[in-house]
Ligand binder design. Structure first.
Ligand code: C5P
Length: 236
């Protein structure tokens, strides 16, 4: 067994707009653990492919691009999306748009692309621990995670949250369009054959439609402390 497998991982999977990114970052900041936003990798790939004129179904070209991109994340302690640079340039604002989300979900259906990104994601498993969010963190990337959370909320609640986020950032936003895009992306993410969006068999499903952000962070944090205590007892 590789020693990195002993490093604790918490996976927070779920559909877009469920708040998993914010919850993960707040949790990581609170614990002093590392954080991986796996969706940002797919977003960067979709965005850069479009900029380089690479077709979104050209698997070999997308894999070559994925291998060469130098991506850095600067997490934000207030839970807002991490600053992301690609080859030294800040792409944070372009990454969060619904258009980039759509590009990401198109490249994400490709098996070769997912395989290329697999090890890059596993490399984030560093001491003292990792909090990661995405769609297949608990099912495929970190199947031995200490705690697997599947965070969900109704499409309407998620659309409303995205709408507010975009407005706060000064972007033009249309609630009806966002809801349509969320439903469309959910359907593609859930229906694809490779690593579809679904809870791992041993995931804890948390519907946060009526919970505040603070309540979600507190609830997940308590569950994690209980899991850490259990593993300490088991290894004594
Ligand atoms: O989480 P986020 O909205 O940033 O993800 C963008 C898209 O990237 C998702 O709609 C999904 O298609 C893809 N994705 C994925 N697997 C992950 C993370 C994201 O397929 N682990």
């Amino acid at each position: 067994m590789k020693s990195s497998r002993k490093i604790p991982v918490v996976t927070i999977d779920g559909p877009g707009g469920s708040g998993k990114g914010t919850v993960s970052q707040l949790l990581a900041a609170r614990l002093g653990w590392h954080y991986l936003d796996s969706g940002a990798l797919y977003r960067v790939l979709g965005l850069m492919a479009q900029r380089c004129g690479i077709s979104l179904d050209d698997e070999p070209a997308l894999c070559r691009l994925a291998e060469t991109l130098k991506i850095t994340f600067v997490p934000q302690a207030d839970g807002s999306p991490a600053q992301v640079t690609v080859d030294g340039k800040d792409v944070s604002n372009e990454l969060r748009t619904e258009t980039t989300g759509e590009l990401a979900s198109r490249v994400a259906v490709l098996l070769a692309v997912r395989t290329t990104l697999l090890q890059k994601q596993r490399d984030f498993r560093q001491n003292p621990g990792l909090i990661t969010d995405g769609r297949d963190m608990g099912t495929t990337v970190f199947p031995d995670a200490l705690l697997k959370v599947f965070l969900t909320a109704s499409p309407e609640v998620r659309a409303e949250r995205r709408y507010k986020q975009l407005k706060e950032k000064g972007f033009n936003a249309n609630l009806g369009l966002i809801l349509g895009e969320i439903r469309h992306r959910d359907a593609r993410d859930t229906g694809r054959s490779v690593s579809p969006l679904k809870p791992a068999d041993d995931a804890w499903i948390l519907d946060c439609s009526t919970l505040s952000l603070t309540e979600v962070v507190e609830t997940v944090s308590r569950r994690l402390q209980a899991r850490l205590a259990e593993t300490q007892t088991a290894t004594r």
